[in-house]
Design a protein around this ligand. Structure first.
Ligand code: ADP
Ligand code: ADP
Length: 226
């Protein structure tokens, strides 16, 4: 079952300095329950790609189909986790996770129950009433993952989510993410510039070539599972 289809996708930025072709003719698809990593050097268009998939940035050519429907804006069918901790500092951990469902008009009690369930899944039930500044970096990213999953998105889009963590925490988080992924029905697109991370996590690695402006053919590398 194909979840995400990217066809001839392109992006040209127009700025005062002129046009920058960030991506051209990108094609790939992701199947249900796959964990796909996209790697490539800085400036090759990884963030542009994931922002377009998230609907946060319009594309200038081609199309993105999620469950066969064109993506043309943000939606709760996609969960996002970024590198920076995007938690609201004035809200408790639980309120941070509830923020999405409350906004989507679920009942408050149901939203709270849901939030606690996802916090349990990321191992942070005990910290439901803590504030973000009381948590370590890894714990904050676990909250961000819970918040991204609480709406049960079709796909989880992760942009260098562990890039700001120290090496040891990063490895713990990779293992933790794999545990979550094995336990729930979720498809993950994970961007990283760390090949070791991609090899550890991915079913399939898409390598984005280095030269913006050229045809951005993905080289697909299957990763054998031990
Ligand atoms: P990566 O995430 O792989 O480092 P980006 O998607 O950030 O790559 O950038 C791809 C290319 O697009 C780069 O050449 C970058 O300078 C350019 N770019 C990114 N964002 C903008 C923007 N808002 N305006 C103009 N050019 C941009
Ligand atoms: P992370 O790797 O998620 O950044 P660590 O596991 O290194 O966090 O823990 C940072 C601190 O938070 C440690 O003091 C640890 O004991 C505590 N901690 C982390 N997760 C939990 C948890 N689920 N319950 C209790 N304490 C925790």
């Amino acid at each position: 079952e194909v979840i995400l289809e990217v066809k001839q996708l392109g992006k040209t930025y127009e700025s005062a300095q002129g046009k920058v072709v960030a991506l051209r003719d990108v094609n790939f698809s992701i199947h249900r329950r796959e964990l796909v990593c996209v790697i490539g050097p800085s400036g090759c268009g990884k963030s542009t790609l994931i922002r377009m998939l998230a609907g946060l940035e319009p594309h200038t050519s081609g199309e993105v189909l999620l469950d066969g429907k064109p993506v043309d804006g943000p939606g709760s069918d996609r969960g996002m986790v970024f590198q920076g901790y995007t938690l609201f500092p004035w809200l408790t951990v639980k309120k941070n996770v509830m923020f999405g469902p409350e906004m989507n008009n679920h009942g408050k009690l149901e939203a709270e129950r849901n939030a606690l369930m996802w916090l349990d899944l990321v191992g942070l039930s005990k910290f439901a009433d803590a504030y973000p500044h009381q948590l370590s970096g890894g714990m904050k990213q676990r909250v961000a993952i819970a918040r991204a999953l609480v709406n049960q998105p079709r796909i989880l889009l992760m942009d260098e989510p562990f890039g700001a963590l120290d090496a040891q925490t990063r490895i713990k988080m990779q293992t933790h993410l794999l545990d979550i992924w094995k336990n729930i029905d979720v498809t993950i697109l994970f961007i990283t510039h760390d090949l070791d991370e991609a090899i550890f996590l991915a079913d399939r690695i898409l390598v984005l070539k280095a030269h913006p402006g050229e045809v951005q053919e993905f080289i697909e590398v299957p990763v054998p599972r031990p």
